[in-house]
Write a protein of this length. Structure first.
Lengths: 227, 218
C-alpha cells in the first residue's frame, strides 16, 4: 500500500472548518481559564494566612479532582451527566466548559507557585502604603507572579490546545473530528491523521511564538531589571 | 432490558480498571526503558543523534496523544500489520512516555554541576564510568519526584486508548452508560477510579519534592 495525499484535496473545507473550531475553542478557553485561575488564586491567597477556610478547601478539592482525572472523563461527565440531571448542554458548551475548568485548575496551581515565591514582606509593604487588598494582590502579587511562571503558563495552554482533540469524541467539529470524518469517507486513515498531526504541531509552535511575543510586551518592565 | 444495580456498575468498572492499571504499567515500564536509552544517547551522542532525539521529543510533546494513537492504529495497517487496539495503545503510550521522560531526565542530568563531570574525567574515568558512578547517582535523586509526578500523566493518558476501542476504565464507562443510562453516576465513578489511582501518586511526588528541596539540593 502506498501513500496518496491527493485523496485529501477534496476535503480542504472540512479541515479548514475544523482548524477554525480548534483555534477559537483554544482562544476562548485560554482567556476564560486564566481568568478563572486568577479568581481561584485570589480566594486561596486570602485564605492562606490563617486556617484554611471552607472556600479555600473546596477550591483545593476542585484543583485536585481536575488534576487527577483524565480530561476525556471530565468532558463525558459534563456532556452526558448534566443533561441527565435536567440541565441541557450542547456539545460546544460542554467542550468550552470542560476545557476552561481544566485549564483553570492547572493554571491556579501554576499561579500559586508564583504567588508563594513573592516575598511576604512585599505584600505587607503594599498594605502599609495604603493599597487595598485587591490593589495589592493585583499590582504586587499577581503581575510579578505571572511574569515568573509565564513559561509554565505557555506550556499549559499548549497542552490544553492539544488536549482539545478529545472534544471530537462528543461530536464537536474540530480538527480531529474533521480527520475522523475524512477517514470515514476515503478510508485513507494514515494520510489524514499524518497531515492533521502536522497541523497540530504547527499550531503548537505558532501558539508558543505568539505567547512569547505577547510576553515580551506584557512583561517588558522585567527586562534589565533584577526581578 | 435488564436492570443494573449500583454493584453491577461498580463491579464492571473494577474489572475494566485492571486493564487501565496494566496498560499504565506497560507504558511506564516501556517508556522508562526507551527514555533511558534516549537520555544516554542524547547526553553522549554525536550532534546528528542529539538533534534527532530532540526532534523526537518535540514531535511527541507538540502533537495530541489522541493523534499518536490514531497514527499507531492506522499507520500499522498501512505498513501491512494487523494490529490490535492493545498493541497500538501500548506502542503509542510507550513512545509518548519515553519522549516526556527523556526530556525530564535530560534536565536532571544537566542539573548535576559540570565540575562533577570534569573532576571524574580528570580522575581517569571514561564517559560510561563517569555517567555510571558519578553523574547518574546524583541525577537519580533529582529525577525521582518529577518521574513519579509524570506517572500520573501516563495513567490519565491511558483513558484515550478507549477511543481506539481498548476496553479500559473509560471505555467500560461509556459501554455501561449505553446499557444502563446513568451517566452522572457512571462517569462520577469512572472519575473516582482515576482519582484513587492518581491522587496518592500526586501526593507522593509532592512529598518527595519537598523532601529534596528541604535537603538543600540546588
Amino acid at each position: 500500500m502506498t501513500l496518496d495525499f491527493s485523496t485529501l484535496l477534496p476535503y480542504t473545507d472540512q479541515i479548514l472548518h475544523g482548524l477554525m473550531t480548534t483555534l477559537w475553542l483554544t482562544a476562548v478557553t485560554t482567556m476564560a481559564g486564566i481568568a478563572l485561575a486568577i479568581v481561584v488564586a485570589y480566594l486561596r491567597d486570602g485564605a492562606s494566612k490563617g486556617r484554611p477556610s471552607l472556600v479555600s478547601r473546596l477550591l483545593g478539592g476542585y484543583v485536585e479532582v481536575i488534576r487527577n482525572t483524565p480530561f476525556i472523563v471530565q468532558l463525558f461527565f459534563l456532556f452526558f451527566g448534566l443533561p441527565a440531571l435536567g440541565i441541557p448542554i450542547s456539545a460546544t458548551v460542554a467542550a468550552l466548559l470542560a476545557m476552561t475548568l481544566n485549564l483553570g485548575a492547572y493554571t491556579a496551581e501554576i499561579l500559586r507557585a508564583g504567588i508563594d515565591s513573592t516575598q511576604r514582606g512585599q505584600h505587607e509593604a503594599a498594605r502599609a502604603l495604603g493599597l487595598s487588598r485587591l490593589q495589592s494582590f493585583r499590582h504586587v502579587v499577581l503581575v510579578p507572579a505571572f511574569s515568573r511562571v509565564y513559561p509554565s503558563l505557555i506550556s499549559q495552554c499548549i497542552i490544553v490546545m492539544l488536549g482539545s482533540a478529545v472534544v471530537s469524541q462528543i461530536s464537536v467539529f474540530d480538527l480531529t473530528y474533521a480527520a475522523n470524518f475524512i477517514q470515514s469517507r476515503n478510508f485513507r486513515g494514515f494520510e489524514v491523521y499524518l497531515v492533521v498531526t502536522l497541523i497540530y504541531l504547527l499550531l503548537a509552535v505558532g501558539l508558543r511564538l505568539a505567547f512569547e511575543f505577547v510576553g515580551r510586551r506584557l512583561f517588558a518592565f522585567r527586562q534589565g531589571g533584577s526581578a | 432490558m435488564t436492570d443494573f444495580t449500583l454493584w453491577d456498575i461498580v463491579r464492571n468498572l473494577l474489572l475494566a480498571g485492571r486493564w487501565t492499571v496494566v496498560l499504565s504499567l506497560i507504558a511506564f515500564a516501556g517508556g522508562a526503558l526507551v527514555g533511558l536509552v534516549l537520555t544516554l544517547a542524547r547526553m553522549g551522542g554525536l550532534k546528528p543523534i542529539r538533534w534527532l532525539i530532540r526532534l523526537y521529543v518535540d514531535l511527541f510533546q507538540g502533537t495530541p496523544l489522541l493523534m499518536q494513537l490514531f497514527l499507531a492504529y492506522f499507520g500499522a495497517a498501512v505498513l501491512g500489520f494487523d494490529v490490535s487496539a492493545w498493541t497500538a495503545a501500548s506502542v503509542a503510550l510507550t513512545l509518548f512516555t519515553s519522549a516526556f521522560l527523556c526530556d525530564i531526565w535530560r534536565g536532571c542530568v544537566e542539573a548535576v554541576p559540570s565540575g562533577q563531570w570534569q573532576a571524574s574525567r580528570v580522575l581517569g574515568l571514561n564517559y560510561l564510568q563517569s555517567m555510571r558512578h558519578v553523574i547518574l547517582p546524583q541525577a537519580l535523586r533529582l529525577a525521582v519526584p518529577p518521574t513519579v509526578g509524570f506517572s500520573v500523566q501516563v495513567i490519565k493518558g491511558t483513558a484515550l486508548a478507549s477511543v481506539i476501542g481498548f476496553v479500559e476504565l473509560t471505555k467500560a464507562g461509556t459501554m455501561l452508560n449505553n446499557a444502563a443510562f446513568a451517566p452522572f453516576t457512571i462517569f462520577a465513578l469512572v472519575a473516582l477510579g482515576y482519582f484513587i489511582l492518581c491522587y496518592p501518586l500526586s501526593r507522593y511526588a509532592r512529598h518527595l519534592e519537598k523532601k529534596l528541596y528541604g535537603a538543600g539540593i540546588r
